[in-house]
Design a protein around this ligand. Structure first.
Ligand code: SAM
Length: 310
């Protein structure tokens, strides 16, 4: 267990999670893959249909959605099974996470608006309970929606193009991301659980927003000087907020899908222990590099934390 503490470990989290100590983790905080084909790391299906595996010329040279063509509804029944395959993958790690969480501990799962329900069901099926779905409101959103009149004009349908003037194909600007908040069931009352396991409450006083109690809509962005490494990177401030809300100093935060290491940095800043895994070697190296700018602080944290029983 201690070999993983305050380290990001390269590899598939499913190989390491069984090695963690039972009921030792105070918070699961993870921006898990979304199952929407954002990139190679986000594909969890066996479907070889080219609508989903990026062989269309329209996808060449794109940064996002290299592995997913449109439309969402696919071309056949197998295409529409993709979300179920994602749920199956979520169950594989959710099963391993359940025994290592403390009773009453929180889990924050970032996800995509159209697949997060699958992750929630997978976690529920393993025994966790859903408490809330928070909203992370982003400062801005990349948005593209095709003008229907242009599509119709390209087809030579001028009359129809006029009729559908002002209409678009696609979604509204995606300005928020959902964060599912689950917890592991506890015995007796939540107050007894807090006394016994030191998890289950919310540190509202430390998380006031403009002097007021927070709502379940969190509006936070990146600092101007924050390095941007990962296409799905989250602001350090947001991760710090969720950590402060639910943990005490020196408690253990698990992020099995670390990406560029944002959760680890937030933990270091707040004097929490972290355990992190990342399967992609490039992101793993980038995450380690993000720490390098301040190695002294990192070793001080380890020294300070080693004085506490973990
Ligand atoms: C949504 S991204 C996390 C981004 C992160 N929040 C950040 O700020 O950089 C999810 C990450 O999970 C990694 N991943 C996918 N499957 C994994 C697995 N089985 N074990 C460990 N990491 C995995 C991917 O490579 C990807 O970097």
């Amino acid at each position: 267990m201690n070999q993983f503490i305050d380290e990001i470990t390269l590899g598939d989290c499913r190989d390491f999670l069984p090695q963690l100590t039972a009921e030792s983790v105070h918070l699961f905080l993870s921006d898990i893959p979304y199952g929407i084909g954002l990139d190679e790391w986000d594909v969890f299906h066996e479907n070889t249909n080219s609508a989903f595996l990026g062989t269309s010329p329209a996808q060449q040279g794109k940064n996002g959605f290299k592995r997913r063509g449109k439309p969402i509804q696919g071309w056949n029944a197998a295409d529409r099974n993709i979300n179920k395959e994602y749920q199956k993958w979520c169950s594989e790690w959710a099963k391993l996470v359940y025994p290592i969480m403390k009773k009453g501990a929180s889990l924050f799962i970032f996800g995509a608006r159209r697949t997060i329900h699958r992750a929630i069901v997978a976690l529920e099926d393993e025994g966790f309970l859903l408490k809330d779905i928070l909203i992370w409101k982003k400062p801005g959103a990349h948005h593209r929606s095709q003008r229907l009149e242009i599509v119709l004009n390209q087809r030579g349908e001028q009359e129809l193009a006029e009729k559908w003037h002002g209409w678009r194909l696609g979604n509204l600007a995606p300005i928020y991301e959902p964060i599912a908040w689950l917890f592991k069931p506890y015995h007796h009352t939540i107050t007894d659980n807090i006394i016994e396991h030191a998890v289950g409450g919310m540190n509202v006083l430390d998380c006031l927003i403009d002097g007021k109690s927070p709502t379940n809509i969190l509006e936070m962005g990146f600092r101007d000087d924050e390095q941007r490494i990962h296409e799905a990177q989250k602001p350090i401030k947001l991760m710090e907020y969720l950590i402060r809300l639910t943990t005490l100093e020196h408690q253990i935060v698990l992020d099995p899908f670390m990406g560029s290491g944002t959760t680890a940095i937030a933990c270091r800043n707040l004097h929490r222990h972290f355990i992190g895994f990342e399967i992609d070697e490039n992101y793993y190296r980038a995450a380690l590099k993000r720490f390098e700018y301040d190695p002294i602080q990192m070793s001080l944290l380890r020294e300070e934390n080693s004085r506490y029983c973990i």
